[in-house]
Write a protein that binds this ligand. Structure first.
Ligand SMILES: [Zn+2]
Length: 340
């Protein structure tokens, strides 16, 4: 360990249960963060500063001004440039700790790329905003025996829970089915920065234990907190359900479902079209759209606004259509400007 390195991490190696051997293990390990929003930016900042070996960031989205209230890595300049979140995060993390290898994946985690994007992880951190993706992470984690840390937050409330395959209950043992009816979202119910920071910090703490080779110290508890009105609680995790479809019967239905429909994005008045994946030349596209609306482009994305809808197109053909929550409308806007 170099002098700089030992000085950089001296405050955490001095903590005896972690120690220099924890630091060494952390420095060899790979952590994957799915979603670089409010939870993911805090997780990424803590893990990068702690000295994780490799940090893989997966996010499909770009920075917007409304993110800045709680997504602690980003700046006004990132929003102005409409940088993809994973890339903006990489740049800021490199300024904080250049020793960490940060891999950027500007894409949506789905059944088709889960093996590639999650493979090799020592731990997976949930920074997503939807049940389907969590089920997909859970399928992969249980199948491959990789621990993951669930986290969610809305309004002033949050929850965090570790999943240790083969040891603890899995996510599906606790939530067998998707919640029914309309759920509160960050748009309808809002969300407070301290809440996402607390939940993400708890996720990062448990992840650091796992990465440092101290999995036996992971707290097998469900943590819940309402930071505005109410209590912070820890409740015991339920036992593993032997009939659980995922960890009991080992049927990985979310991983096996390779086809995905367009999805409305949580709290965004936007729909993502990702069933038309194919490489797009953004420079050519910008030329084709000239005169039809305002266009802004960088090397990662092209944003086009026709006055009614704002379309953000990525080089893999994926697009986010803002100004509607109707997949049919979004598909028609997509076809109008990008073809079929
Ligand atoms: Zn289970």
């Amino acid at each position: 360990m170099s002098q700089t390195t030992s000085n950089r991490y001296s405050r955490q190696t001095r903590f005896a249960p972690f120690g220099p051997e924890g630091q060494a293990a952390l420095g060899r390990a790979t952590a994957v963060i799915v979603g670089c929003g409010a939870l993911g930016t805090v997780q990424a900042a803590l893990l990068a500063r702690a000295g994780v070996g490799t940090l893989r960031l997966i996010d499909r989205d770009y920075v917007e001004t409304s993110n800045l209230q709680r997504q602690v890595l980003y700046t006004e300049a990132d929003a102005e440039a409409a940088l993809p979140k994973a890339e903006a995060a990489r740049r800021h993390l490199a300024e904080a700790n250049s020793e960490v290898a940060v891999e950027v994946h500007i894409s949506d985690l789905d059944a088709g790329n889960a093996d590639e994007l999650l493979g090799g992880a020592a731990v997976i951190l949930d920074g997503t905003d939807n049940f389907e993706t969590r089920m997909l992470i859970n399928d992969f984690a249980v199948r491959e025996g990789v621990p993951w840390i669930y986290g969610a937050a809305v309004s002033s409330y949050g929850i965090a829970m570790p999943v240790l395959p083969g040891d603890s209950a899995c996510f599906r043992c606790v939530y067998p089915e998707a919640p029914s009816g309309a759920q509160p979202t960050c748009e309808t119910a809002g969300v407070l920065g301290p809440v996402t920071s607390v939940i993400a910090s708890i996720q990062a703490m448990e992840a650091i234990k796992i990465l440092a080779g101290k999995s036996s110290d992971v707290r097998r508890k469900i943590f819940t907190a309402d930071l505005w009105t109410g209590p912070m609680r820890e409740i015991g995790m339920p036992p593993r359900d032997p009939e659980c479809q995922t960890c009991g019967r080992r049927e990985f239905v979310y991983l096996d479902n390779k086809r995905r429909a367009p999805v409305s994005l949580c709290g965004r008045n936007a729909v993502q079209i990702h069933e038309k994946k194919r490489p797009l030349n953004l420079v050519e596209l910008a030329a084709r759209l000239t005169g039809l609306g305002t266009i802004r482009a960088n090397e990662f994305a092209l944003r086009f606004d026709d006055g009614e809808h704002e379309v953000t197109v990525f080089p893999d053909g994926r697009a986010i259509i803002k100004g509607t929550t109707d997949p049919g409308v979004a598909r028609s806007v997509y076809s109008r400007y990008l073809g079929n």
